[in-house]
Design a binder for this molecule. Structure first.
Ligand SMILES: [Zn+2]
Ligand SMILES: [Zn+2]
Length: 301
């Protein structure tokens, strides 16, 4: 378990613009590394760093490098190099994630408000949630978490596509036992179905290291499994483009179903018209069997 005192010391080291500039110089060097070099993580000598950073004297640079040593940079015989923390923190800086909310102008989108039937839907961003809002009755729906870097430099269509694809990719990564944020291992917890709600039946994935949580019904977790991606693609559906509303509709209509069929065994069914895919999964969400069937296919008399 990380210790608060050590963390406070490590973060304290960063409270200096020159040190951020030094880390940025390493990020720039990394950005220019050519493919196929033996040393994918660039090493900068003392004079390399001195050339790249605005600083008054070599003694000042020595002082700052010493502060960064061990946590954000490591000292080798040839010079200085990023540590994992150094690279992560500079990427956080470059993404502007700490810099607060970003502006996003609401845009009109097609579709009818499910509450008041008005054709007045807009896509808005509020507190880093991407939502649809009815301009008539003011009600809001959906909601996908987005990041500041995700909003910048994108038009609304590309933002929406990135949010949908990002959510699906998140389930994929968690299912593969990798936290997208820190790389930690994932614990899965199954919650049994509660009569009446399509969302109560869910699997909660939690990162053991950073506590990031993702949850949804098994049918959403397994939607990005190759068997499901292929089945949907063959039936005219691109899984990456499904929005929140599309997912809820599939769950509510029963087109996507998840059922417990035995101890630690689950059956997930996906339907598109007459076509059906049945997946059998265990409680690691590993697919044991995949079977495509046609429903109601009455043989010709
Ligand atoms: Zn409305
Ligand atoms: Zn994590």
């Amino acid at each position: 378990m990380p210790n608060e005192e050590e963390a406070a010391d490590a973060f304290g080291v960063l409270a200096d613009p020159t040190r951020i500039a030094i880390l940025r110089a390493f990020a720039e060097a990394l950005d220019r590394v050519e493919l196929g070099t033996d040393e994918p993580m660039p090493v900068l000598s003392f004079s390399d760093v001195y050339e790249r950073v605005e600083i008054d004297s070599t003694s000042q640079l020595s002082y700052h490098l010493e502060k960064l040593d061990g946590t954000y940079l490591r000292h080798t015989e040839e010079g200085w190099q990023f540590t994992f923390a150094g690279e992560s923190i500079v990427r956080l800086f470059l993404s502007g994630a700490y810099a607060g909310d970003v502006e996003f102008e609401p845009v009109d989108v097609d579709g009818q408000c499910p509450f008041c039937d008005a054709e007045a839907l807009q896509v808005v961003v509020d507190d880093l949630a991407l939502l649809r809002e009815c301009d008539d009755c003011g009600r809001r729906m959906d909601g996908i978490q987005v990041t500041p870097a995700q909003i910048r430099d994108r038009d609304p269509e590309s933002l929406l596509a990135s949010a949908k694809a990002g959510r699906m990719a998140l389930f994929w990564q968690f299912r593969e036992n990798v936290c997208d944020e820190c790389g930690g291992a994932i614990d899965l917890e199954f919650h049994d179905r509660d009569a009446g709600s399509v969302l109560e039946w869910s699997v909660r994935g939690r990162c053991r290291q950073c506590w990031r949580v993702v949850h949804g019904p098994p049918s959403i977790w397994l939607a990005t499994h190759p068997a499901s991606m292929g089945f949907h693609w063959d039936n005219g559906i691109d899984i990456r483009t499904l929005g929140f509303r599309d997912l809820i509709e599939r769950l509510e209509s029963g087109d996507w179903q998840s059922e417990r069929v035995g101890e630690g065994e689950y059956e997930i069914t996906y339907r598109v018209d007459e076509a059906e895919l049945r997946l059998t999964a265990d409680d690691d969400l590993s697919v044991l069997r995949a079977e495509r069937v046609r429903r109601d296919s009455v043989p010709d008399a």
